[in-house]
Design a protein around this ligand. Structure first.
Ligand SMILES: Cc1cc2nc3c(=O)[nH]c(=O)nc-3n(C[C@H](O)[C@H](O)[C@H](O)COP(=O)(O)OP(=O)(O)OC[C@H]3O[C@@H](n4cnc5c(N)ncnc54)[C@H](O)[C@@H]3O)c2cc1C
Length: 401
């Protein structure tokens, strides 16, 4: 029997390979980079938030428009299944204070190592430095091996798990789009997701606060809110709080131009409590002292206050600290976003994630058009969709044999 070809050795491709090989089918995984799972390893540098412990319905709602399609896949491979899967690979996990789930090692490398050993035992063949370029006239897969060498490969079924379009140096270049576009596969444009945004900071802010975290701050944009850290960078602002708001902020900027984020510099005090504290402050206290001593604002928060309102502010301090405006110009580019939105459109695939236009060709992982915030939702969906197509192929092949 011809092998199943899986293209892309990221979490989605490896998950598909595991399921197909466990069903006893021959599998070859093709990867263009010299080694597999490079983005997974990069995710591991941040602690590898592998999934989230929140209840199933709120978990699935994180995929917003993609939620209805992804629901059966996440239900077939739940966050608990993910934790058990890690455990089976020798990595126990724990739930952090935010509900996020991490491996005890806080790294991806032990998990990836154990996973590759398991795949090897299942008979999966991994071929690195094989860049998939499309199909030949007869429908066989074509690969560029470098140095002018090419490979033509006949597969019984194909899983495309080529990733999104961020951090291209790790292999996820999104260059695969042209091969699919040539075949008339519906694609949505790539957009950065979980990304930072450009802000035109003054030199004063950058000189004193570039690279410094903004803590104990609430971030609001329209009906959306986030409470996490952000960092002031040379080009703007990024970090967990900004990533959480990035999808609505990005879409609003695309539709209407630059937008205003509202920062709550005292998220643990309501307006009344702020007024109360200010009323008790000494009348000779300077504005800086009121912000620092009376309201407990950090140096970075005070700097942002003065950046927005100037040193001679005489307005309503309580209102100003509860809703400090920061104008954001546009999202940072795709290259440094945590993930991308866009890719293979949902209308291009059936409920098994098989391309309508190409029987026997499936798509999984971040290359599909869904997005989710950080929090472990990305890896959960990549593994769930990879396993889903693996099961579809295993079921189809067992019927055909
Ligand atoms: C800095 C950073 C931190 C992150 N942290 C987390 C986290 O903590 N939790 C979380 O849930 N998610 C996190 N993510 C996101 C997560 O890593 C990705 O969503 C996930 O790796 C996507 O999996 P994938 O298999 O779909 O694609 P990828 O991991 O991108 O793998 C796709 C593979 O396909 C290969 N490929 C592409 N084109 C070709 C071709 N033409 N021929 C052959 N091979 C090809 C690529 O080289 C790559 O190896 C993070 C991402 C980044 C960048």
């Amino acid at each position: 029997m011809r092998p199943v070809a899986i293209i892309g050795a990221g979490p989605a491709g490896l998950a598909a390979a595991e399921v197909v090989a466990a069903a006893g089918l021959p599998v070859v995984v093709f990867e263009q980079m010299p080694s597999p799972g490079r983005k997974l390893l990069m995710a591991g540098l941040g602690g590898l938030n592998i999934t989230h412990s929140e209840p199933a319905d709120s978990f699935i709602a994180r995929y917003s428009e993609g939620a209805p399609t992804l629901r059966p896949m996440i239900e077939a491979f739940t966050p608990d299944d993910m934790r058990q899967w890690c455990l089976d690979l020798g990595e126990s996990t724990f739930v952090g204070s935010s509900g996020r789930v991490f491996p005890d090692s806080f790294k991806a490398s032990p998990l990836l190592r154990a996973w590759l050993v398991k795949l090897d035992r299942l008979g999966v063949e991994l071929r690195n430095r094989h860049r998939w370029t499309g199909w030949d006239e007869g429908g066989a897969l074509t690969f560029d091996l470098g140095g002018g060498e090419r490979l033509v490969f006949q597969a019984s079924a194909t899983v495309l798990a080529l990733g999104g379009a961020t951090w291209p140096r790790l292999g996820s270049t999104g260059a695969w789009k042209s091969a699919l576009a040539e075949r008339g596969i519906p694609l949505s444009p790539f957009e950065p997701s979980n990304c930072g945004f450009e802000v035109a900071w003054s030199e004063k802010i950058l000189d004193a606060h570039e690279g410094r975290p903004l803590k104990n701050t609430g971030f609001h944009f329209g009906e959306f809110s986030a409470r996490a850290e952000a960092v002031i960078t040379k080009r703007g602002i990024e970090g967990g709080a900004i990533y959480a708001l990035s999808a609505p902020l990005r879409d609003a900027i695309a539709a209407h131009g630059p937008q205003t984020l509202s920062l709550d510099l005292v998220p643990d005090l309501n307006a009344e409590a702020v007024h109360h504290r200010l009323a008790k402050a000494k009348s000779k206290d300077s504005l800086t002292n009121r912000l620092r001593k009376t309201l407990g604002l950090s140096e970075v928060q005070r700097a942002l206050f003065f950046e927005s309102h100037g040193p001679g502010f005489t307005g309503d301090i309580a209102a100003a600290v509860k809703a400090l405006p920061i104008k954001v110009q546009r999202p940072f580019g795709l290259e440094r976003a945590i993930s991308s939105n866009g890719g293979v459109a949902w209308e291009a695939v059936d409920s098994r994630l098989q391309l309508h236009a190409m029987a026997g060709v499936y798509a999984a992982g971040e290359m599909l058009d869904w997005e989710a915030p950080t929090g472990g939702y990305l890896l959960q969906a990549c593994l769930a969709t990879g396993r889903w197509v693996g099961q579809a192929i295993a079921a189809k092949c067992s019927v055909n044999t």
